[in-house]
Design a protein around this ligand. Structure first.
Ligand SMILES: C[S@@+](CC[C@H](N)C(=O)[O-])C[C@H]1O[C@@H](n2cnc3c(N)ncnc32)[C@H](O)[C@@H]1O
Length: 369
């Protein structure tokens, strides 16, 4: 291996010299590592510190260099970590990372995650494949202990966000939404898929934290047990219609002639208690983590946001500052920022009410060039 060392959070990492510094990363070198995913790994550390327990068993089932596994073992006290990857070339990196950080409770494993997770089970199972997680979700569920946590990444944003709708239909059995709602739609399709896979095993889920960032979707869910829990989870799935002429969105439990988008997970993205306990101190991307935590703490549970550009082009009125609009909306109902976009907001007001408040705070007509 041709390795170099970097520091991420408070962990020393041996990583390939030839690695991705930004974007989705490539399979270019022998072993994958993307420095930009430091924020993603930070979030895992913050969440496990908030919801983990002493002796928690963790399986980073597709670990590549072992970066995430080493960070958890080093930065989340009391965890017992398995760092697994099918690629034999990953093993020297994982072993170096265990040694560099003197990790007594972290072991390197070189197996196919499907066979590993059919033999062993863990309190936390993380899957972070190239592209879609769909082929790996059932194995992750099988290897997840009662009331354990599943952490799932999807980097196939083109299908999930509607750019390759046919692929989304095939892979996720869902009709994606295009336009400014596409990223929240993609996240909710991923969550719907996890819910559907859990239900097959008479299990349900409680989302702890789910987000879209950079080029990927990520969801952390706590598994709930039993057929009734599975049914309650399936009750949170639904379809949507979006009327571009009025900006009205409406939702339905069933797919009918009007409600043809989805199915989506329609429940909350986050667990308020878990997010409130997360802290950014010492993280690699500390400022970004702190700013994002502020938004996650504030973000309403309402499904599907509004966007300033959507309202601006619909009403032909220049957008106000987002903060001013949110303050004005709060005089009539609830409103918040959303992590999905810096120009979007969530509210429990109707589209007609949103348009009226927007018009009252807009600086005026959109000028045409
Ligand atoms: C995107 S990389 C993981 C990145 C890593 N989680 C990180 O934070 O740097 C995906 C990894 O999954 C591994 N992989 C693919 N199929 C696998 C399987 N069936 N079992 C175990 N690992 C697998 C690949 O070898 C690759 O290292």
């Amino acid at each position: 291996m041709t390795a170099t060392t970097i520091i991420e959070g408070s962990t020393v990492l041996a990583v390939p010299e030839n690695r991705s510094l930004r974007g989705p990363g490539t399979r270019g070198g022998d072993v994958f590592f993307n420095e930009q995913m430091a924020f993603n790994r930070d979030v895992g550390v913050m969440l496990l510190r908030a919801v983990g327990h002493a002796g928690m068993t963790v399986c980073d089932a597709m670990t590549a260099t072992g970066a995430r596994a080493a960070r958890i073992a080093n930065e989340v006290p009391g965890t017992r970590v398995t760092a697994n990857d099918i690629n034999p070339a990953a093993m020297p990196y994982i072993e170096a990372n265990i040694e560099l950080n003197r990790l007594a409770d972290c072991r390197a494993v070189n197996r196919n995650m499907h066979s590993l997770l059919s033999e062993e089970s863990y309190d936390y199972v993380d899957i972070d494949p190239f592209g879609s997680p769909v082929p790996f979700i059932q194995s992750a569920i099988r290897g997840c202990r009662r009331q354990g946590i599943l952490a799932i990444t999807a980097t196939d944003t083109a299908p999930l966000a509607g750019a390759h709708a046919a692929k989304c239909r095939r892979r996720y059995r869902s009709e994606p939404v295009r336009g400014h709602l596409c990223h929240e739609g993609g996240l909710r399709i991923l969550m719907c898929t996890v819910a559907g896979e859990l239900a097959k095993a008479d299990r349900g889920m409680k989302p702890l934290l789910s987000f879209y960032a950079d080029h990927y979707f990520r969801t952390y869910v706590q598994v709930t047990e039993g057929a009734a829990a599975a049914d309650r989870t399936l009750d949170r799935l639904g379809y949507m219609s979006y009327d571009a002429a009025t900006l009205e969105r409406s939702f339905s439990r069933t797919c009918d002639g009007t409600h043809g988008l989805g199915p989506f997970w329609m429940g909350p993205l986050h667990d308020r208690g878990a997010v409130a306990r997360m802290a950014a101190d010492g993280m690699a991307a500390e400022r970004r983590c702190a700013k994002t935590l502020d938004i996650w703490n504030e973000e309403l549970d309402e499904a599907f946001h509004y966007d300033l550009s959507e309202l601006s082009s619909h009403l032909k009125l220049s957008p106000p500052k987002l903060g001013e609009l949110i303050d004005a909306l709060r005089e009539h109902g609830r409103a918040s920022r959303t992590h999905v976009s810096p120009t979007a907001f969530k509210t429990d007001l109707t589209a007609a009410e949103v348009k009226s408040v927007y018009a009252s705070v807009s600086p005026g007509s959109v000028r045409r060039g």
